[in-house]
Design a binder for this molecule. Structure first.
Ligand SMILES: C[S@@+](CC[C@H](N)C(=O)[O-])C[C@H]1O[C@@H](n2cnc3c(N)ncnc32)[C@H](O)[C@@H]1O
Length: 207
């Protein structure tokens, strides 16, 4: 497994059902962003805790994840995956960035939780790993990515999984709902957890 030398620091997240969790975020996101721009690489968005993750975690924990196979796309620091693992789910946390997976593994080790991690690109053609609950937090920030997320959500629904999507109001939400097409309805509702705000939808299949 590839290791990434990361300047990460612990950050406690309060207000979650089940109590506080610690994630490991980039010490200096500004420098990491500048470096990514300089190299023409992908921005290290996965190295930051975004408002949506605690909100999605709270909604998912309401849906009794214990004993279920949870798949997280674009896990970033892994907060939703950690919360699900603590609640007794079997969790696969995925992201396109190794940085995010390393941060997630570090947080899981810190908490003594079992969280599997894997590189997974929402936008490519690799089949979606099997899951009973698909969780997605703050991945609708570009129309093309949001459209790819909708394709993954449709695939999960077709296999009988539940899908929970959180979004703080990004530019790609309309593309996401449009790309769900006739498969599902995303009825986003506001959620507040520990001072973090986002809209969260539990997708409902159109019958
Ligand atoms: C705004 S961050 C959200 C992170 C985390 N879900 C949260 O809410 O804190 C977006 C995440 O999506 C990941 N990402 C971006 N494009 C992706 C893709 N094509 N496939 C999988 N993950 C992707 C980024 O690496 C980053 O971790």
């Amino acid at each position: 497994m590839m290791q990434v030398a990361l300047p990460l620091r612990p950050r406690k997240v309060d207000g979650l059902p089940g109590g506080q969790l610690t994630v490991f975020e980039l010490v200096d996101i500004d420098s990491a962003l500048e470096e990514a721009v300089r190299r023409g690489g992908r921005a290290p968005y996965g190295g930051v805790l975004w408002d949506t993750a605690p909100c999605v975690a709270a909604v998912v924990l309401d849906r009794a994840p214990r004993g279920r196979r949870v798949l997280e796309l674009g896990c970033g620091l892994g907060l939703v995956s950690l919360a699900c693992a603590r609640a007794g789910a079997s969790v696969l946390a995925t992201d396109v960035e190794e940085l995010a997976l390393e941060a997630t593994r570090r947080a899981a080790a810190h908490a003594g939780l079992a969280v599997e991690t894997a590189l997974f690109d929402v936008a490519d053609d690799t089949p979606l790993p099997a899951c009973e609950l698909l969780v997605i937090a703050d991945l609708l920030y570009e129309a093309s990515l949001a459209t790819a997320v909708a394709r993954r959500a449709r695939a999960a629904l077709a296999c009988g999984a539940q899908v929970v999507v959180g979004d703080p109001g990004r530019a790609g939400r309309a593309a996401f709902t449009a790309a769900l097409g006739g498969a599902a309805v995303a009825d986003f509702a506001p959620v507040v957890v520990g001072g973090h705000h986002a809209d969260v939808a539990v997708l409902a299949c159109r019958s």
